[in-house]
Design a protein around this ligand. Structure first.
Ligand code: ATP
Ligand code: TZP
Ligand code: MG
Ligand code: MG
Length: 270
């Protein structure tokens, strides 16, 4: 894994402005589109089964997020996912709330079974529940769990056959062979709804331009954490509202050298 490319990968996103097709939840749609625009990517939200295959097929990445899932949307996700797979477009899955209801868990698993997913990004509870491990989840937020999250990421990557990024105070990313820890960020991210969902879409933007999905996820997490740290320094004292605006500003202004200076990536294994 080349962790010296963190800044170069951000520049690549800005230079290539990848089109990111999001089928996401109703809570975070606007924040996700604004965050991708601020970073330098090009968001499109498209849900109709009449069009999703066409749009996913020309996108740089497809992001599937089950935050407010329903039957019609899940059908659209599968149509879009198949078109993306046929065209070699990387697919990112955010299994929001997996474990909170049987429908969410089963839907996330069926997307993983039926589609070739490149990267799963979720909290520890979602990742654990996807692979049949117990971990408390309350609505969409991870509760207390326990154990070694780096090992959970590794096991989930092996079992699901893709890169798994588990976020929290420290993020862990694994492809089953190589595992990295990304530290930093700011706890105010947990007070802004959609901070995780936007991150999954940012990972999509990176996956569109960085061929190795593990490297793409690590670079996205490092940039996101750096932007959050700078935003907290600028506006954190005022609280989550001001932080959210500052964070969007920082996604726009964080520089490749900021990411290299602030990025706290450690290769745990591989
Ligand atoms: P949850 O619903 O459990 O909060 P999520 O899907 O919103 O999960 P998070 O795990 O909160 O996603 O991750 C979103 C971003 O917030 C990531 O960049 C992560 O590193 C960061 N983050 C989460 N908790 C902390 C923390 N305590 N300190 C610093 N950064 C954090
Ligand atoms: N309810 C359903 S989806 C959603 C909520 C609150 C947004 C979750 O966003 P995140 O990024 O996991 O905080
Ligand atoms: Mg959160
Ligand atoms: Mg989430």
């Amino acid at each position: 894994m080349d962790i010296r490319q963190l800044g170069a990968n951000l520049q690549e996103v800005r230079d290539r402005k990848p089109l990111v097709h999001n089928i996401t939840n109703v809570v975070v749609t606007n924040f996700t589109a604004n965050g991708l625009l601020a970073l330098g990517a090009s968001p499109v939200m498209a849900y109709a089964r009449q069009e999703v295959a066409e749009i996913a097929g020309i996108a740089g990445a497809l992001v599937l997020n089950i935050g407010t899932l329903n039957e019609v949307e899940v059908e659209a996700m599968k149509l879009a996912g198949r078109a993306a797979n046929e065209r070699g477009v990387p697919v990112v899955l955010d299994p929001v709330g997996a474990g909170a209801s049987a429908y969410r868990t089963e839907t996330a698993r069926s997307l993983l079974d039926e589609l070739d997913i490149a990267i799963v990004r979720g909290n520890a509870a979602e990742a654990a529940n996807l692979i049949g491990r117990d971990w408390t989840i309350r609505g969409v937020d991870a509760g207390a769990g326990g154990g070694d999250v780096a090992e959970l990421a590794r096991q989930a990557a092996l079992k699901l056959g893709c890169v798994v990024a588990i976020t929290g105070e420290t993020d862990y990313v694994s492809d089953g062979r190589r595992t990295a820890a990304v530290r930093g960020g700011d706890a105010l991210l947990t007070r802004v709804t959609g901070a995780g969902c936007l991150l999954s879409s940012v990972i999509g933007a990176y996956a569109a331009v960085v061929p190795d999905p593990l490297e793409a996820a690590v670079a996205a997490l490092a940039a996101y954490s750096a932007a959050a740290e700078l935003a907290a320094a600028r506006a954190g004292k005022q609280g989550p509202g001001s932080f959210q605006i500052a964070f969007l500003d920082l996604l726009w202004s964080v520089s490749p050298s900021d990411v290299e200076r602030l990025g706290k990536v450690e290769v745990v294994e591989g």
